[in-house]
Design a protein around this ligand. Sequence first.
Ligand SMILES: [Mn+2]
Length: 272
Amino acid sequence: MATYAIGDVQGCYDNLIKLLDKIKFDEKKDKLLFCGDLINRGNKSLKTIRFIKGLGSCAKAVLGNHDLHCLVVANNFKKPNKSDTLNKIYRASDKKELLDYLRFLPFIYCDDSKNTLIVHAGIYPFWNQKQAFLYAKEAEKVLQSDDYLKFLKKMYGNLPNKWSDKLSGYDRLRFIVNSFTRMRYVSIKGKLDFINHNSPNNKNKNLYPWYELSKHKKNDKQIIFGHWATLKGYESPYIYGIDTGCVWNLKLSALQIKKQKDNVWHSINCKK
Ligand SMILES: [Mn+2]
């Protein structure tokens, strides 16, 4: 009965299987919590998404920016990127089911038994965890509605880059989606930065990794995120970054969730 959070797989099916072999994953007993970016850039996106979807209730996942990109490109609201590996999904006989699987993923998954939240990029540090949940639900509701295409069309953009309770409509939803799926650095005043991808150094004097501005309160849950491969794994008492660069031929990681501060890393070296 083990629970593992799994870092960004990005279509690297063979590496995922190797990791699951290493942790002796048993779908009858164990649970997997995927941090998003299930697909894209790796060479087996279709096989990966079918596999994770096929695991059923023992695998939970949240939406990452690459998963959303797949939905946007599939609906012709954006041209594919050169590095995309999503064509087989667009041509698959089960395309609709696969895209709907992605579309119905949440932005936050909460595992109450482990006192843990799973997100792709992070939780905007100026929100408490209750607010984060409510805002995630707002965006999920629209994405899962019959009107979702209108939203997908308006979803991209870097503005507004600062939260205000007064935001409304697509601006509000865009901020919510950007914070959950694209955020890395945030200014002390709460502006999201979309330029810097590097690991933290002293050069970005006005920018902080979101988790450094995050204030953990007594009853808060630990947070596990992916997305930020250049961190090569991050760990603080309550926040873990587990994208260890699988698609860059570095590592794919599973964080076995025990009790807070007691989690155990399992990683494999990756090959494309
Ligand atoms: Mn990502």
